[in-house]
Design a protein around this ligand. Structure first.
Ligand code: G6Q
Length: 546
């Protein structure tokens, strides 16, 4: 492959442009061009995407689009959708988009259409969900299932829990709880107050070997055995896994194992069997709407020219901010309480995908790849870390996300929420200069010497970039589209940075390291370590049950 991000023509040109426009004032460009918001915004179905408050102009945008061309992005998109093994290091395809495709679609993997198998699993999930809701599937003592405990971690937790929180206004059909941490406190707190007779555990693990998940699953199994007897296991456990023998070995009936495939990465897996707990909570119709929204976004991404393509534009703006303006983080700030886990979900999706240090040839990168992703629901963040976004020494690009319609009956609340959403991006852009601060303080009657003392602290530089995304309503379809939009944004960035976005060696390392230390904490082995590690192990040996 000839393309190298930092050797490309567009890279050189964008570097020049970043110098040329280093002083571009957003306030001034808005003043001089009344059409700016129109030029730098796009609408797609229920989504209005406004990126006019970035340090951008037509010249820069056109060069970013040129970068996408030079990187061969169209070829990349087709490679992903057509099931090429673009996850080269693991010799796998990246086909999570097939999980949300129509039954009539043909999506090939190693020459075989995967769609019948995808829909067979979805139909089985739906059938099982109905049985649980209708009380046809009962606990071992013939009691109705009222509570579901999803046990999984990472990709087998963050997506479903985020969706579960986001769709609360749809009304839950069951209480669904999520346990992920190997800190026993998480499981213990969750089980407290649950009745084993009415509780179903969904063990979600692609490999069915992950230490945290298996530890929690075994403890849950002991809890059921203790209260209902060993014979009750099959009626209280189902599994989601690609490792069917291991799930069966655990005691789960094959009919209650919902499979997926190695061409679905953990962090991209909520669309299939990993979403079983979502389906159990909200029903199959809601789940299928979620898939439909994502499918529509897939279609948009695959078929729309780059200058109108939402995920591509988001990705290119991110590259501009990261690699040319040198802002290495991105804050995700949803003005929707339902999306309060969305920043955490994106942290994994983005940082696990593009937190890489080699290009596809294994050569160390001489440029930044994935940014640090962080955030919190607005307005909570406003009363906390926004101080740094407004006045800190680092510039933090922001994605603001909001919905026109409220998800509660409180319209007045919603107007205030939206007012905050809009006010923040305006304030970040405009700032307040020294003279204006002085005028304001003078008007308040402050003595002149005090005005001069206080004024520097009240200056806001402004010119801080943000994207505002305003959707019609937070419903399953729009949520599916939002998630898919970010998934594709991540793909585009990985492609342009020329990194492999679908492996995760950092996560694999974590899985191995603890296995090595554990026997030492238990006193079953001793290995040589540095003095710091040795002392931490020595002190940890004192564990006593609380
Ligand atoms: C996701 C990662 C990782 C994974 C968890 C759980 O892309 O690979 O977060 O999902 O480590 O793995 P299992 O599903 O195999 O338990």
């Amino acid at each position: 492959m000839d393309y190298q991000f930092d050797q490309s023509e567009a890279y050189q040109k964008l570097t020049e442009l970043s110098n040329k426009y280093a002083k571009l004032s957003l306030k001034e460009v808005f003043n001089s061009d009344s059409e700016r918001a129109k030029k730098f915004s796009r609408s797609w179905k229920d989504c209005y995407l406004d990126f006019s408050k970035h340090i951008l102009n037509e010249e820069i945008l056109s060069e970013l689009l040129h970068l996408a061309e030079e990187a061969g992005l169209s070829r990349g998109i087709e490679a992903m959708f057509s099931g090429e093994k673009i996850n080269v290091n693991e010799n796998r395809a990246v086909l999570h988009t097939a999980l949300r495709d129509l039954p009539s679609a043909v999506r090939l993997y190693e020459g075989e259409n995967v769609m019948p198998a995808v829909h067979e699993v979805l139909d089985r999930m739906e059938d099982f969900t109905k049985k649980v809701h209708q009380g046809v599937f009962l606990g071992a003592s013939q009691k109705k299932i009222t509570d579901v405990v999803n046990i999984g971690i990472g990709g087998s937790d963050l997506g479903p829990v985020m969706v579960s929180e986001a769709l609360k206004s749809e009304g839950s059909k069951l209480q669904v709880h999520y346990v992920s941490n190997v800190d026993g406190f998480h499981l213990e707190q969750t089980l407290r107050g649950l009745n084993p007779e009415n509780t179903l555990f969904v063990i979600v693990s692609k490999t069915f070997t992950t230490q945290e998940t298996m530890t929690n699953a075994l403890a849950a199994k002991a809890w059921i055995s203790e209260h209902l007897g060993e014979g009750a296991i099959a009626q209280h456990f189902v599994a989601v896994s690609t490792n069917i023998p291991a799930a069966k070995g655990f005691g789960i009936e094959e009919a209650h194992v919902f499979g997926f495939w190695d061409w679905v990465g953990g962090r991209y897996s909520l669309w299939g069997a990993v979403g079983l707990s979502i389906m159990l909570e909200y029903g199959a119709a809601v789940f299928r709407e979620l898939l439909e929204g994502a499918r529509e976004m897939d279609e948009h991404f695959r078929s729309t020219s780059f200058d109108q393509n939402l995920p591509v534009l988001l990705a290119l703006i991110g590259i501009w901010n990261n690699n040319f303006l040198h802002h290495p983080t991105l804050a995700i700030l949803p003005y929707a309480q339902g999306l309060h886990r969305f920043p955490a979900f994106l942290q994994q999706a983005d940082m696990e995908s593009n937190g890489k240090h080699c290009n596809k040839l294994g050569k160390r990168l001489s440029y930044q790849s994935g940014p640090v992703i962080w955030g919190e629901a607005g307005t909570n963040g406003q009363h906390a870390f926004y101080q740094l976004i407004h006045q800190g020494t680092q510039v933090i690009p922001v994605d603001f996300i909001a919905y026109v319609r409220p998800t509660s009956k409180y319209v007045d609340h919603h107007q205030k929420l939206l007012a905050n959403f809009i006010a923040q991006s305006e304030a970040l852009m405009n700032g307040i200069n020294f003279d204006d601060v002085c005028i304001e303080l003078n008007e308040q009657g402050m003595p002149p010497h005090q005005v001069l003392q206080l004024a520097p602290f009240k200056v806001f530089d402004g010119n801080r970039p943000s994207t505002s995304m305003l959707w019609e309503t937070l419903n399953p379809r729009n949520l599916g589209a939002l998630i898919a939009m970010y998934e594709h944004k991540i793909f585009v960035q990985g492609w342009v940075w020329d990194v492999y976005s679908y492996d995760q060696w950092g996560v694999e390392l974590g899985k191995k390291l603890a296995q090595r230390i554990l026997p030492q904490i238990k006193g079953e082995s001793s290995l040589a370590h540095d003095s710091s590690t040795t002392e931490l192990i020595r002190r940890s040996k004192k564990i006593k049950a609380s």
